[in-house]
Design a protein around this ligand. Sequence first.
Ligand SMILES: Cc1cc2nc3c(=O)[nH]c(=O)nc-3n(C[C@H](O)[C@H](O)[C@H](O)COP(=O)(O)O)c2cc1C
Length: 221
Amino acid sequence: MNVTDALQGRISVRAYLDRPVDKELIRRILDAARWAPSGVNSQPWQVAVVQGEKLQQISSELLHLAENGVQPAPDYDYYPGEWIDPYKGRRYECGMALYRALQISRDDKDKRREAALNNYRFFGAPVSLFFFIDRRMGQGSWMDLGMFLQSVMLAAREQGLGTCPQASVADYPEVVRQQLGISQQKLLACGMALGYPDEQHPVNQYRTSREEVDAFTTWFD
Ligand SMILES: Cc1cc2nc3c(=O)[nH]c(=O)nc-3n(C[C@H](O)[C@H](O)[C@H](O)COP(=O)(O)O)c2cc1C
């Protein structure tokens, strides 16, 4: 698989087969991703690989909080308080594409809510990776972590595995830290569902669009 194919072929997978992932395979993915670059080679990423009973426990705690309307308290703001265009429009289209795939109508609030809650089930993936950064590090570490995340996703693809990065599973970071016995010093950036994609599931059938190169590039010749 060449790099362009890997980049173009990666999608967020939101339905998985009930098939375990060999631990050695996960290790191989992380072993490839660790070559991601980082400022002064600081390698600020920390990963927790969670599956089995522990993942079930985290899932039911997250679901319990969300279903009872407990306000999320993430360690950082991933999204702006107020959305502005063009991001607002893209966000809307992103949501609509998902609802179309799941045949959820605009006004079906229950089904929308159920689709959102599915995040806390890790979309049925047998594995979730949780990514942490030491709170004492600077903003640049977020760039490093982003490179690491994409590296994990591409390496997973090479192994025939699907992924979905999930900021949502960092909505209640105390649950994750407490379940995993992780210190307060580690900020929970996001999770990532990992597993064998259910290729037949409608939610995995659509592709999100991207702007053309000239829409985000200015050339100075
Ligand atoms: C850091 C990060 C966090 C994300 N969090 C979520 C999430 O919580 N739930 C979800 O369904 N998708 C999540 N996504 C996936 C995006 O919605 C997706 O990448 C985007 O719509 C583009 O689609 P694609 O990944 O299929 O190309 C996240 C993506 C990133 C990079």
